[in-house]
Design a protein around this ligand. Structure first.
Ligand code: XIL
Length: 490
């Protein structure tokens, strides 16, 4: 650990000196790069949240990720009308309260979702109409917003009230049939009940400039001009395999109306483009100053309402996916392509790469910045230090040495061992077969590094997630601790 503190101190001194000298500084973002979604977003003045099913808070594998990575939560179902007012006038806040407590105990903000929506209404409301329904709906807004008063960062006051397709008009629903002014009535009631919460309109299929998003845009503009209290627009962003080219421009046109924008329910269909889309959405939010945060609709793929789409940032075992790294890189200002070049296309031997372990998310690192032969190779929290930068040196026929920028030594299976668990060290480049590796392809752009002499894979021993975790060779079984993402940084 000591060497890292020394390194950080050195960077700080260098930064201070450079600033004193009035120099432009490219190091700043790398030096302040966070290592979790929440801390990295916070460094950019934003939150990074997840939708939470409160029943899962007692599952430690789930809560560990939630608490480590996210600094905002939204209940996936627990604040909806059917949950909070199952019988008319009888309120149940148990699930919502539980999530609010968890958030408060862990320094997370809470998005409230949702006060009025055509779906997930209690049966009694579904059967109502006219002024009885309108009164019941406004009472619901008042009661729920009052109960959570002071605890909610932003409420989705109204959810999904616009129609899909080309009309740009409202969706037909029992609420809409109570009169077109139901939305503004809901916003006014919410403001009166909780003046401190930001009040949002939230919808899907609004990711580009289209008839639906324009209908909402016109409503927000009208509300702003007439003083109807609205502070933000939520873009659910349940996405497929492509992203609207005008996604950022769409966010910006809403922001230009004087409201905040938020990405509220992000999830992306699995496929070759998933990581890129996640990265692009993140960059779009960062590029719009009034985009205050991003929420993914769940934590792990298996928590997702989208079933087999594998649409989230963590796989079912809690491993970080390539999409995760793409988001973190974007939050940290990385302008590099987020995904590994496919092994078939070769690596760029003029580039410097950080190699991130799929299981731990940590970087391949020459321990303690050593420059000696035989120094151990470990994993460490990514900091883009020169002891985490590797160049692929071509040995021909698809074999490469991996040269550390800090020492100019190469990865080496110590003493030509062919045993499982044998140490990976650095050594002067002799182009030995124990120094040559090929890239084997795993899913989602990750690769395994297979040694030419032993045929074994470079892995983080024991699937450690700790800084300093040992890097060894082991039989190639494809484990996530044997998978690496190549992030080009220079
Ligand atoms: C979904 C939940 O994820 C599911 O658990 C539930 O069965 C149905 O609702 N848009 C929204 C969210 O605004 O409330 C929805 O959540 C997903 C689509």
């Amino acid at each position: 650990m000591k060497h890292k503190r020394a390194l950080r101190a050195a960077v700080t001194i260098a930064v201070t000196g450079a600033l004193a000298a009035g120099m432009t500084l490219a190091l700043t973002s790398a030096a302040s790069a966070g290592t979790t979604l929440g801390t990295s977003a916070a460094e950019k003045g934003r939150y990074f949240g997840a939708a939470v099913a409160t029943g899962k808070l007692s599952t430690s594998a789930y809560t560990t990720i939630l608490n480590r990575e996210f600094n905002s939560v939204v209940p996936e179902n627990e604040m909806k009308w059917d949950a909070t007012e199952p019988q008319q006038g009888q309120f149940n806040y148990s699930g919502g309260d539980r999530l609010v407590s968890h958030a408060q105990a862990n320094g997370m903000s809470v998005r409230g979702h949702t006060l009025l929506w055509h779906a997930q209404q209690p049966g009694w409301a579904q059967g109502m109409s006219g002024s009885a329904l309108r009164n019941a709906a406004i009472n619901h807004v008042t009661q729920v917003a009052t109960h959570f008063r002071g605890k909610i960062y932003a409420w989705d006051v109204v959810n999904e009230a616009f129609a899909d397709g080309g009309s740009g008009g409202r969706r037909d629903s029992n609420l809409q049939r109570t009169g077109n002014d139901w939305i503004e009535a809901a916003f006014r009631a919410a403001r009166a009940a909780d003046p401190g919460a930001k009040l949002c309109y939230n919808d899907y299929n609004t990711d580009g400039i289209n008839a639906k998003s324009t209908g909402i845009y016109n409503m927000v503009r009208d509300f702003r001009s007439r003083g109807v209290p609205i502070d933000c627009v939520g873009f659910q962003s349940h996405l497929g395999t492509s992203l609207a080219g005008d996604y950022q421009a769409n966010l910006q046109r809403f922001a230009d109306l004087g409201v905040d924008v938020q990405i509220t329910e992000l999830d992306v269909m699995t496929g070759g483009n998933q990581a890129n889309i996640y990265g692009s959405v993140t960059r779009a939010c960062l590029a719009v100053s009034r985009c205050t945060g991003i929420t993914t609709w769940g934590v792990r793929d298996c928590d997702s309402w989208r079933g087999s789409d594998n649409a989230l940032l963590f796989d079912c075992n809690g491993n970080k996916k390539a999409a995760y790294t793409a988001v973190l890189d974007a939050l940290n200002g990385g302008s590099t392509p987020p995904t590994t070049p496919p092994p078939g296309s070769g690596v760029d031997t003029s580039a410097w790469y950080v190699l991130l372990n799929r299981n731990s998310g940590k970087a391949l690192d020459v321990y303690a910045n050593a420059t000696t032969d035989g120094a151990r190779i470990s994993q460490w929290t990514r900091n883009n230090g020169t002891n985490q930068q590797w160049q692929f040196v071509d040995s021909g026929s698809g074999w490469y040495r991996l040269k550390a920028r800090s020492s100019s030594k190469v990865l080496d299976v110590y003493n030509f061992s062919t045993a499982d668990g044998a140490a990976i060290v650095q050594w002067a480049d002799g182009n030995g077969t124990n120094q040559q590796f090929r890239l084997a392809s795993s899913a989602d752009g990750y690769v395994r590094l297979i040694n030419r002499n032993s045929g074994k894979a470079v892995e983080v021993q024991g699937s450690s997630t700790a800084d300093g975790g040992n890097v060894v060779q082991y039989a190639d079984w494809g484990g996530s601790n044997q998978q690496w993402q190549l992030v080009r940084i220079g």
